[in-house]
Design a protein around this ligand. Sequence first.
Ligand SMILES: [Zn+2]
Ligand SMILES: [Zn+2]
Length: 206
Amino acid sequence: MIVETLTVGPVQANCYLVGCPETRAAVIIDPGDEAARILARVRENNLRVSHILLTHAHFDHITAAQAVAESTGAPLAIHPDDLPLLNVGGGATAFGLPQPPIPVPQIWLSVGNVIETGTLAFSVLHTPGHSPGHVCFYERAHNTIFVGDVLFAGSIGRTDLPGGSYETLMDSIAHQLMVLPDDTVVYPGHGPATTIGAERVGNPFL
Ligand SMILES: [Zn+2]
Ligand SMILES: [Zn+2]
């Protein structure tokens, strides 16, 4: 499995290109900014984008979504509970940043969906708490999960933004992430990758 991390935009969010080495099919997870740079890496890796997946609709994860969707022709997927957040530009103006172009989703994600690209299959987990429609993308065969702003190396997502809930976030982490095997590789929306096992023993918030 190809995983390329691009750290983009003013708050340094992680955009992931995740591809199948045999077929070159790929998804883009959270095109948060810097569309031209993301698209250049798609071309340089000789990838064909099948889906654009959003873990949630905060501006730092969606700002390049419209441009990347237009350029690749790939459908954009999000959980419907984050549509209100998407439609206000992910809260950018509250941080003094310009309103991003607001993309139009074509796929509504829900629990149990499986997004396939080449030989890869991403199961959708609904993990609210940081935002109401936050999802994680779990590629079980490769022991890998993309968790957005739910869990970080040594930290957890903030819950003070509109629609956030600390109890809900802790419930999502405990019942959907911490039940995964210790060797599951975790790719968060900010900062370095980690594993479920490392966070189970070393994360002071858990
Ligand atoms: Zn966020
Ligand atoms: Zn973020």
